[in-house]
Design a protein around this ligand. Structure first.
Ligand code: ATP
Length: 843
């Protein structure tokens, strides 16, 4: 704990240092955008040239797919919605500041029927008379919004439209409109009006030439920037011919625009923006603005704050939350088509459920064998992959592989829940390899191949392990490369490796991946060919801690892709959030089953309640007992924090146990080495923190001890899952203090039993006390700080600060500190511990 250094190189203060880095990052971002803008314009030019070639298709936009030219243009154009991009717009892109429309131009604008501008342009062609906006909305709303003036007599929702106006004035974004954007007129119902209000941020995006214009409309075309007019002409300005780049789908960026444009305006924004109104109020209002009626029902369920977070957060995470396609009214035929489609979907869903239900019944009747009778050569995967699987000794699929593979191979988005150690990695790697093989068939002309499959893992150890597993599976696919990007290694080396070695499958941790996305435009371009995204340990990646990074990453990936989410635990909230990355038609594969036990049944679970002061002694006692019983013992001891892990390791090493440590304070090379050593050996004890909680596969672990409460139920399940893998047996012991018994409520449905407390004789206690004495005081102090920070972050404990401080002091005593070490005033303040008896502040 400590808050880091106060001064930085060059005598810079913390804030100057922070600002300098922000400035550098902005510069880099601008460089990247500039580069992409060039690509974008080049692509447009070639698109126009292509449309003039004899025999060119009527609409080149027909070639759908992530790497089609249109999708590429769209992806590039998306980048210009990012904050900072506005600096690069110029006159050719469109009027940067639109003055109030002269009346003539306004009239011209009025002649466009509501909602007909881009989508239903057939109506425009057929000369159908424009109708006033539905629901009584009128163009006045627009004029007033445009002018930024409040509208009188609006009743309760009066202030709402003023917000974007005020926003636009402050930021100058409201009238910023590059030529690929159009204003949304919205309509008169309250929710539609909200959309209309948000339209002021520049809602409708159109990567297209305009639809054919009537003579009256053409007067409005004078407003169009040069680029549009050229495209309009080049794309077949003649009536009835769709313009070359006509993009038929109109998107309402009801939340996306403010998120990107008003990013500084969010709570973590500059001071200037903070003045407008307090963040909570401000967000609330914006959320109200954005919410459409469909959202409101969901908001009730989730609660307003999370709805707000959702609104703000998921700009590019598929279209689920933010982007609403405004559809023209459907004809009777279209409606009935829709119903048939829906029935088809429902049938398919029921069929899927039946298949999975039967799967589960078979699984349960077999009494927890994770393997099925289905062989990999019956799964419709490449024979070369089957050959590699056979080499690795994988002949039959596991339950999760049998259930998930066919659906994944169909190209559907899938959310998969399966118990720990049941072979989820192979279940997502096989579809990833298939998708790469398919993509490689159609991408032969790239100098540097795109990255076709991306696997995100929450920890470095897991990423290394998945990379190794993938390498085994692609053994016979020459030319298919698997690489990993993880923190703790040298950025430049990664970069060189990525450029020189083949990489069609990338396994990465989110932080390091983002570094590359933000700093290497060529890397972002490679990601544009992505076909498949996997989130391993999906619930953790969609947790608050990672969510922002995942959103940013998803922002830079093509929207047309397959997404697979895997985890052993999928809490309800995460299911809801997962909609952000999955498409609407995704399939939920649950091989655990509702109400079924989420932990492996062959793992015996026990808990011990022991005073905290004796925890270290008890861990030693349990280990000694287990070593005596198991010849080939292999034990993992989970501690609450990295520093407590370090303390435990030093103590156990001094007690002559064969022990290793892995935690976040250790260098990556060391972590990888120890991880490999522990994987390949037995008669070894690994003391570790949460970095080893999820996904890491250490075969034949005989015992897992969790010393102190885990942060939550999911952590408990994943930690326990390090033993009893592949259907084998194992044992788990949770060691808690009497005041930690509250946690038992969270796992009451799991088969965990209270165990009798083993006796610790005086001689053994003395030995442990002696080993505690030899630990360096600086480590003890750090362990105390970490301990305090950890429990302060657990709501059940930190509610009573006086009690927390007292417990921390007792912990300090148990590790050999007569009085608790001091805290920085700032730290104590942040933790709400200033002035609490027992907390000492550094003078
Ligand atoms: N079909 C198979 N046949 C034999 N062994 C397999 C098969 N599939 C996977 N395994 C092995 O099972 C072990 C566990 O697999 P894996 O690590 O993918 O489990 P997991 O479900 O991802 O676990 P966790 O939830 O902890 O991440 C690995 O050693 C893997 O090699």
């Amino acid at each position: 704990m400590g808050g880091g250094p106060r001064t930085f190189a060059g005598g810079l203060s913390k804030w100057q240092h922070k600002r300098m880095h922000e400035k550098l990052a902005r510069g880099k971002e601008r460089g990247l955008l500039r580069h992409e803008k060039q690509l974008y314009l080049a692509r447009l030019r070639s698109e126009i040239r292509a449309s003039h070639l004899p025999g060119a298709p009527a609409s080149p936009a027909d070639h759908a797919g992530p790497t089609s030219s249109r999708a590429h243009i769209r992806a590039l154009a998306d980048r210009f919605l990012r904050p900072g991009a506005e600096d690069l717009w110029n006159d050719d892109d469109g009027p940067l500041r639109r003055a109030r429309l002269p009346s003539q131009q306004k009239n011209a604008a009025r002649t466009l029927p509501s909602g007909a501008r881009m989508v239903d342009w057939k109506r425009v062609e057929s000369g159908e008379r424009p109708k006033p906006p539905r629901g009584g909305g009128d163009w006045k709303d627009w004029e007033e919004l445009d002018s930024g003036e409040p509208r009188a007599g609006r009743g309760a929702g009066n202030e709402q439209p003023r917000l974007p106006a005020a926003f636009s004035q402050r930021r100058g974004y409201g009238t910023v409109a590059p030529w690929w954007w159009q204003w949304s007129p919205g309509s008169g119902t309250p929710s539609q009006r909200k959309e209309a209000s948000f339209g002021f941020f520049g809602l409708k995006r159109c990567y297209s030439a305009m639809p054919p214009l009537s003579p009256r409309q053409e007067s409005g075309a004078a407003l169009m920037p040069l680029g549009v007019r050229q495209l309009s002409e080049a794309g077949g300005g003649t009536k009835g011919t769709p313009p070359a780049l006509f993009y038929a789908q109109e998107r309402l960026y009801s939340g996306a625009a403010p998120r990107r444009f008003g990013q500084k305006w969010r709570p973590d924004s500059s001071d200037e923006d903070e003045e407008v109104m307090p963040p909570a109020k401000r967000d609330l209002r914006l959320a109200k603005f954005v919410a459409s009626r469909e959202d409101e029902s969901e908001d009730d369920e989730v609660g307003e704050t999370s709805a707000i977070r959702r609104k703000w957060s998921s700009a590019a995470l598929r279209n689920c939350d933010m982007k609403r396609d405004r559809r023209p009214l459907k004809s009777y035929e279209e409606e009935s088509d829709d119903i048939t489609g829906r029935i088809q979907e429902l049938r398919e869903e029921i069929r899927n459920r039946e298949v999975l239900g039967a799967e589960r019944r078979r699984y349960e009747s077999r009494g927890e064998s994770v393997f099925t009778n289905k062989r990999f050569d019956e799964c419709g995967i490449s024979p070369l992959t089957v050959k590699a699987l056979t080499d690795a000794g994988y002949i039959h699929t596991t339950v999760v592989q049998e259930a998930a593979l066919p659906i994944c191979l169909e190209g559907k988005d899938v959310l998969v829940k399966a118990k720990t150690g049941t072979g989820k990695s192979v279940a997502f790697l096989l579809p990833a390899i298939e998708s790469v093989l398919n993509a490689m068939k159609s991408h032969t002309n790239h100098r540097v191949s795109p990255i076709f499959a991306l696997v995100l893992c929450p920890t470095r150890e897991l990423a290394v392990q998945v990379t190794a597993e993938a390498n085994v599976l692609v053994k016979y696919h020459h030319g298919v490369g698997v690489q990993s990007l993880i923190g703790g290694t040298r950025f430049k080396l990664d970069q060189r490796r990525l450029e020189s070695d083949p990489c069609q499958i990338l396994v990465a941790t989110p932080g390091r991946l983002l570094d590359h996305i933000e700093n290497r435009s060529s890397f972002s371009v490679r990601l544009m060919g992505l076909k498949l995204l996997v989130l391993d340990e999906a619930d953790h990646l969609l947790d608050l801690g990672f969510r922002k990074d995942i959103e940013k990453i998803a922002d830079s990936l093509p929207r047309q892709r397959q997404t697979l989410l895997f985890s052993a635990t999928i809490p309800k909230e995460v299911r809801r959030v997962s909609q952000m990355v999955l498409n609407k038609d995704h399939v939920f594969v649950d091989t655990v089953g509702l109400g079924a036990v989420e932990t492996p049944t062959k793992v015996q679970q026990q808990y011990l309640v022991v005073p905290h002061e004796l925890h270290f002694h008890m861990v030693h006692r349990l280990l000694r007992e287990h070593i005596d019983q198991e010849v080939d013992y292999k034990v993992i001891v989970f501690c609450t924090t990295a520093m407590v892990t370090e303390f435990m390791y030093i103590m156990l090493r001094d007690l002559k146990l064969n022990v290793r440590e892995i935690h976040s304070r250790k260098p990556q090379l060391y972590r990888t080495r120890i991880s490999e050593e522990f994987r390949d050996s037995n008669r070894l004890i690994l003391v570790t923190s949460d970095v080893s909680t999820r996904g890491v596969n250490y075969p034949d672990v005989t015992l897992v001890i969790q010393a102190g409460v885990p942060p939550g139920r999911e952590h408990y399940i994943h930690r326990l899952g390090r033993t009893g893998r592949e259907g084998k047996s194992g044992k788990g012991i949770l060691l808690i203090a009497p005041w930690e018994e509250y946690f038992l409520n969270e796992i009451h449905d799991l088969p965990i039993e209270k165990a009798p407390v083993p006796q610790i004789d005086q001689e053994m206690k003395q030995k442990v006390d002696d080993s505690i004495k030899i630990v360096d005081m600086s480590i003890k102090e750090a362990a105390y700080h970490a301990w305090l920070g950890y429990y302060n972050s657990i709501a059940d404990v930190s509610r009573d600060k006086v009690m927390l401080a007292d417990l921390a002091s007792r912990f300090g005593v148990s590790i050999g500190m007569e009085k608790p070490p001091t805290l920085y005033r700032k730290t104590a303040l942040k933790m709400g511990l200033k002035g609490v008896p027992g907390i000492r502040i550094r003078k």
